[in-house]
Ligand binder design. Sequence first.
Ligand code: NI
Length: 156
Amino acid sequence: MAIREIRKQGDEILSKNCRTVEKIDDRIIELGNDMLETMYKNDGIGLAACQVGILKRIIVYDVKYIEEDGKKEGHILINPKIVSRSKSMIEVEEGCLSFPDIYKVVKRHEKVTVEYTDIKGKKKRITAKDIEAVCLQHELDHLDGVVFLDRYEEQN
Ligand code: NI
């Protein structure tokens, strides 16, 4: 595994659309593991592939690492897609590893269900709420070239 360089604010790759992963091979698995390692190293709770310069629809996240102090339970989601959203919304202050020292309160759905493929090629589904739901919406936005500041500006 290796730590990858995180692309920062102003890098045009952050506003590009990521492409669907067609085949899960060793390079994809390595990328997912590197993304997790890079996220932990930078004290993040989520990271999208475009943030390490790769335009593929892959995200990683682990919201429990911070909450439960040190127990790693990282998820690698390939081709994730939101399939349902709650009507109720929550507002949470968000940050992003690509935007150091910027924090903004963004309104998101309180609950979302996401379908994805895992690194073994199995179709899976997660229903998440609160901070986990916020994190998933933030990371999935990255795959469409949307960052939390765009959401903040839309809402303010
Ligand atoms: Ni981000």
